[in-house]
Design a protein around this ligand. Structure first.
Ligand SMILES: [Zn+2]
Length: 189
């Protein structure tokens, strides 16, 4: 599965939007990716998840972990593709934790997945949590990598598509200058 196929899937599901958006970072952009619109289709989620699992086929993986909410469906489907458990982490009082009786054991090999990696912030929190519980993180996988700078997770990082989305400070935003109505899609993860 190459980048072109992935972007075609996003476009055909209206998940790659063009307009004027205020991102969770506060920056403005002309494009917005809404991964949930793609992952809502189990057959499509399965295809993407198989592709992502394939990137780690050389690794032994015992458990797949993703941060809620963006990583829930993906972790589950990637786990299905590999044939292991799929867990999600949640934020409790600002801290990333495993709830609902979920656990990882010492020495287990964990793959951390996220739908879209932008700054890598929440992904790093999941990594820290899993390591603190004694498991080994073998890698990080995302459907979309839209980071502007290379992120160092300290483990291999693989994505299905790297997408650059140009962002602007409000004062420099050409869309604001053209008075294009702005929307604030999605929610802060
Ligand atoms: Zn703007």
């Amino acid at each position: 599965m190459n980048k072109k196929d992935v972007l075609k899937i996003f476009e055909s599901h209206g998940a790659l939007l063009t307009g004027h958006f205020k991102l969770s970072s506060g920056l403005h952009s002309e494009k917005y990716l809404q991964c949930a619109l793609v992952l809502q289709h189990p057959d499509v989620a399965q295809i993407l998840s198989k592709g992502l699992a394939g990137k780690f086929s050389k690794n032994k993986v015992d458990v797949v972990v993703g941060p809620a909410l963006g990583g829930v469906t993906l972790a589950y489907e990637v786990a299905r593709a590999i044939g292991v458990r799929g867990l999600f982490t949640e934020r409790q009082e600002g801290k990333m934790v495993l709830r609902r009786g979920f656990s990882v054991s010492k020495g287990e090999k964990a793959l951390v997945v996220e739908d879209v990696v932008t700054t890598g912030g929440s992904t790093k929190e999941v990594l820290g949590l899993i390591k603190s519980l004694g498991a080994d993180v073998v890698g990080v996988g995302s459907v979309i990598d839209r980071s502007s700078e290379k992120i160092d997770f300290g483990v291999p990082f693989e994505s299905l598509a790297k997408v650059s989305v140009e962002t602007f400070e409000e004062k420099d935003c050409p869309l604001c200058k053209k008075q294009v109505p702005i929307t604030k899609p999605g929610s802060r993860k």
